[in-house]
Design a protein around this ligand. Structure first.
Ligand code: GLC
Length: 662
């Protein structure tokens, strides 16, 4: 059951599609004082949710802030990442989901100050709050997802393996990446183009020298069944003669400062303006720009820097320069030294800058900080709406760095600039169910880590997990160790793991589609399924993937295996050198399972079916009919196998599900 409580005059984010009437505020079931709300927590309560965030599946014991941030160091001490996903679920004796619909900052003190209290703090008491009660965590999530609408569905090819790096600098480099994958028989479906494909980082342009044969390149890759996926940044470069800039300026489509001038920020291209993604006309105009690349044969995009990230604003930079002169002759002591370094460090993503420009949203002029968390959402929404106009019958791949609940209808997300750290592999695992709860199904992290040098064993372990995530992309930053699979000595082991992904595809796609169309989660914490089992509820590093399997990834260096909690009888399906075979049967309880580097272990539930294909070098090469059904038990249930053409938007659970039985 959902109840909506309306406080103040919230800005409508359009996150919720089906809004119930407002209930009387006096009936709000927990204590509140102005903008503070206090939810009591019992000892057994687990707090799930909050989407893209640091720390565990159980969010208890930390403070989180919804304030979309471009922060490349996802340490445990952080409170915000790129998204704002204001939904949590308190699960214990009862199951209560709460969604806070406001585009401004929200703070969640989840038993940090007081272990037995979850306190929600709002800067302004303008919010629509939805309370959802249900018999189980699944029931609550399903109801919440029903309110916010169906999750984004990408084209089928986007479930293949993708190779990215910042940056492949020329067409030739892209060709080489494709060639090497095919040569080494490492499956591949997409290659990503980071900012250097553009001419001087100008959105919707292609560099004429380094990518002079762009359309030819797209065609060639297409013949190889490889899709090129260019990046689009939020800032539009200020450059005379650049069409997008000129037109945006002339029509008044950029965000304005207090005085009504186009607000100037510095991002990758240097000085830029932000198109007002929130404004319907400006947003539609921005969305239409994607046509330039669609017309060149592109069918996938990633939207970046849309928190929005601000390296500097022209206004604040000037203030800093003025002030810096004062330090030149100073004998910097402890205070002035930190003031000086802090001032320079504080130039990027400065909170004052977010208070310095304006949007035109739903007929009102609104200062950016009040709608900060929906900027990336609207950038992606505008692109998606444009695709609906420009390519009505075709799915286009689209995902974003920044997001808000509601954006899940228009695109997926990748989990931002992680690092080549083992703890970030663990974070990737833990974030999957939290994101699924909030509607983000098409997601994954940069495999191997984006920043800092990865290691060969981390790559292998990360791939072993990422073969399950809908978005499976290897991406790394400029200047770091190269991490295409063929750069490593043990590339064969890595290639074998990627091949497993293609064997799993029919199951993964089927489970993804059933989750999207049925408002369910694809990745669930064990506590969702085995809620009465107090040990299962506490497991933080294993996941149920779809209805048939559980995974227990290794995320520690030099481990040869790990302890796995088996919540019900399960059989091990071990992939050794890419080949599956049944291993031991495990009874409920803790077990140490050997998992040498390169082996992938799947735990199959009794009486459930896991269909596997024979794989392929790209998605189109996979035979979706030639399946081997793995199962064990006396009463194996038929498997509801969803499949479709993967291109059109003809999604239909009834029509597209076939029952597979053993
Ligand atoms: C941002 C993105 C990253 C990209 C880089 C250069 O840091 O998050 O994925 O490679 O910008 O465009």
């Amino acid at each position: 059951m959902t109840r909506r409580y309306c406080f103040g005059k919230p800005i409508d984010t359009e996150a919720v599609l089906n809004k119930p009437e407002c209930s009387p505020r006096e009936e709000f079931p927990v204590k509140r004082e102005n903008g503070r709300f206090f939810f009591p927590l019992t000892e057994e309560d687990i707090v799930y949710g909050l989407g893209e965030n640091v720390r565990g599946i159980n969010k208890r014991g930390w403070i989180y802030e919804s304030m979309c941030a471009d922060d490349g160091v996802h340490g445990e001490d952080k409170v915000s990442l790129y998204g704002a996903h204001n939904f949590f679920l308190i699960s214990g004796e009862r199951h209560l989901g709460v969604f806070w619909d406001t585009p401004g900052k929200v703070t969640f003190d989840v038993g940090y100050t007081r272990y037995d209290l979850l306190e929600v703090r709002l800067e302004e008491l303008d919010v629509d709050c939805y309370l959802i009660e249900g018999d189980s965590p699944d029931a609550v999530v399903e109801e919440f997802r029903g309110l916010i609408g169906r999750s984004y569905i990408p084209p089928l090819w986007a479930f293949g393996y993708g190779q990215s790096r910042w940056s492949y600098m020329t067409s030739e480099e892209v060709r080489e990446v494709a060639r090497k994958h095919r040569e080494h028989r490492i499956p591949l479906d997409s290659i990503y183009l980071d900012i250097d494909y553009m001419e001087r980082y100008k959105d919707f342009t292609v560099d004429g020298e380094r990518f002079g044969d762009f359309e030819e390149l797209v065609r060639e890759m297409d013949e190889e069944h490889i899709h090129l996926v260019p990046i689009i940044d939020a800032g539009v470069k200020i450059e005379e003669g650049y069409e997008v800039y000129e037109e945006g300026k002339e029509k008044g489509y950029f965000c304005k400062d207090e005085q009504g001038e186009d607000f100037v920020v510095g991002v990758w291209p240097g000085k830029c303006h932000f198109p007002d993604m929130l404004d319907e006309e400006a947003g539609a105009w921005f969305g239409n720009q994607y046509q330039k690349l669609l017309d060149m044969g592109i069918d996938g995009f990633w939207n970046d820097m849309n928190e929005p990230a601000i390296f500097y604003s022209e206004k604040h930079m000037k203030e800093v320069f003025d002030r810096i002169g004062e330090f030149r002759t100073k004998n910097l002591d402890v205070n002035s030294y930190f003031e000086f370094t802090g001032m320079v460090a504080g130039i990027a993503n400065n909170q004052e800058d977010y208070k310095s420009f304006y949007h035109n949203y739903q007929g009102r002029r609104i200062r950016h900080d009040q709608v900060h968390n929906i900027f990336g959402y609207y950038m992606t929404r505008r692109a998606s709406e444009a695709f609906d106009r420009l390519r009505p019958d075709q799915r286009v791949l689209l995902y974003s760095r920044s997001s808000y609940v509601g954006m899940h209808r228009y695109g997926g997300i990748w989990q931002g600039d992680n690092l080549g750290w083992w703890s970030h592999l663990a974070l990737n695992i833990k974030m999957m169910p939290s994101l699924n709860m909030c509607g983000f199904l098409y997601t994954g992290a940069d495999i191997g880590g984006f920043g800092s040098n990865t290691t060969e064993d981390l790559m292998i372990r990360w791939l072993s997990f990422a073969i399950f995530t809908p978005l499976m992309r290897n991406h790394s930053a400029m200047g770091t160790r190269k991490q295409e699979v063929y750069q490593f000595e043990r590339q064969e082991a890595m290639g074998n793991i990627i091949k497993i992904r293609y064997q799993l595809l029919p199951y993964l796609y089927s489970e993804f589609m059933k989750a999207a169309l049925g408002n369910r989660m694809m990745f669930r914490p064990l506590g969702f399924l085995y809620g009465k089992d107090s040990l299962a509820r506490r497991v933080e590093d294993q996941l149920m993937v779809g209805e048939s399997i559980m995974i227990a990834p290794v995320y520690e260096q030099n481990a040869l295996g790990r302890t796995v909690y088996i919540p019900e009888r399960m059989k091990l399906l071990r992939f050794h050198q890419g080949e599956p075979s049944f291993g031991q049967m495990y009874e409920k309880g803790y077990h140490y399972v050997e998992m040498p580097l390169g082996d992938v272990c799947i735990f199959l539930r009794e009486n459930y079916i896991l269909p596997l294909s024979r794989g392929g070098e790209h998605v189109e090469a996979v035979d979706w009919q030639d399946l081997t059904l793995y199962s064990f038990g006396e009463q194996v249930k038929p498997y509801g196998y969803y499949s479709d053409d993967g291109v059109s938007k003809d999604y239909d659970l009834e029509k597209n599900v076939l029952l597979l039985a053993v």
